[in-house]
Design a protein around this ligand. Structure first.
Ligand code: SER
Length: 319
């Protein structure tokens, strides 16, 4: 990886992946590309930024050619809950954007990182220690685009030798940029409420167990997988990875150890609850561990400490 673009750079993952890539490969070698959300100040100030709508294949191709890009981290996508509200747009962005990326990668010989998700599983998937290769019959449009995306990336590898790689991310927890429109977002919102000593109303019910991960681990996963020797990989799209798995009340109890005055109540959103109920409780990530040395650093306890410290400092700096 020498010249990199990151699509969806202003989103929850992109806003932390871009600085990590810039410090590793040099700020001038990493182009942050965003479209809808205004770019965070530090992305604009610390290196090149381009406004790019991923549905515009000609503009994408031009960027790749102009800057002699060799690696694309393609993050631009709609998340699960917002995709359920706008299924046609989700298809247009998630699938239309991906095929544009894969086509331009084929023409310009680029490697591609494309995240899949726990959303690529569905109600008939074994929910506990979900295997790497298993039943994938999601009943959400987000899941449909994720399974199709995994297959499309595999197809571009086997048919055109595009070096495409991906992981199935669980819910990602971070404090710098909020997620937008996901089912796992409660695990970020609850921290934001807690550090401001506000009560939190959770949209998922007690007992809804889902895989989760602290953002630092997610960023390391993306970079480590893209740096892995291709010969090591018998899987490409997409590796199960996880770091922890919990229900809302377990996260709440962990936060209460630090902030004893926090409160939670539950007001269930039927759409997001149905999505969460269709997803696994815990993935088996042994193939990622075996093939490229995946190893998360953060547990529920250490992630909770890091989130509270990070958000507290972030709020102080921004007030
Ligand atoms: N965090 C995502 C969502 O909730 C899942 O990949 O939509």
């Amino acid at each position: 990886m020498k010249k990199i673009i990151v699509t969806g750079a202003s989103g929850q993952i992109g806003s932390e992946l871009v600085p990590a890539l810039r410090s590793r490969y040099g700020a001038d070698n990493v182009w942050a590309c965003g479209h809808k959300r205004p770019p965070p100040r530090q992305l604009l100030q610390a290196g090149p930024y381009l406004n790019l709508d991923i549905r515009d294949s000609a503009a994408l191709d031009q960027v790749i050619a102009d800057h002699k890009i060799d690696t694309i981290f393609h993050l631009a996508a709609l998340l699960s809950a917002v995709a359920e509200e706008k299924p046609q747009l989700a298809w247009e962005i998630n699938m239309g954007g991906l095929i544009n990326v894969l086509e331009t990668a084929r023409r310009h010989n680029c490697a591609v990182f494309h995240p899949s998700s726990i959303g690529a599983f569905g109600p008939t998937t074994p929910p506990d220690l979900t295997p790497q290769v298993t039943i994938q019959r999601p009943n959400t449009i987000y899941g449909v685009t994720k399974v199709a995306g995994e297959l499309l990336c595999d197809y571009y590898f086997s048919r055109f030798r595009v070096d495409s790689r991906g992981v199935r991310f669980p819910g990602l927890i971070s404090y710098k940029t909020p997620p937008g429109g996901g089912t796992t977002d409660y695990a970020v919102e609850i921290f934001r409420a807690a550090v401001q000593h506000k009560p939190y109303t959770c949209f998922l019910k007690k007992g809804t167990v889902l895989d989760m991960m602290y953002m630092e681990d997610a960023i390391n996963a993306a970079i480590t997988l893209m740096e892995a020797d291709s010969g090591q990989l018998s899987t490409r799209n997409a590796f199960n990875i996880t770091a922890m798995s919990f229900a809302p009340e377990e996260l709440f109890n962990e936060i209460r150890k630090h902030l004893p005055d926090v409160t939670i109540d539950y007001e269930i959103d039927p759409i997001r609850q149905a999505i969460a109920d269709s997803w696994p409780n815990r993935l088996d990530d042994s193939e990622a561990r075996r093939q490229w040395g995946w190893q998360p650093k953060y547990t529920l306890a250490t992630m909770t400490s890091a989130m509270i410290a990070g958000l507290t400092q972030h709020n102080q700096e921004n007030n």
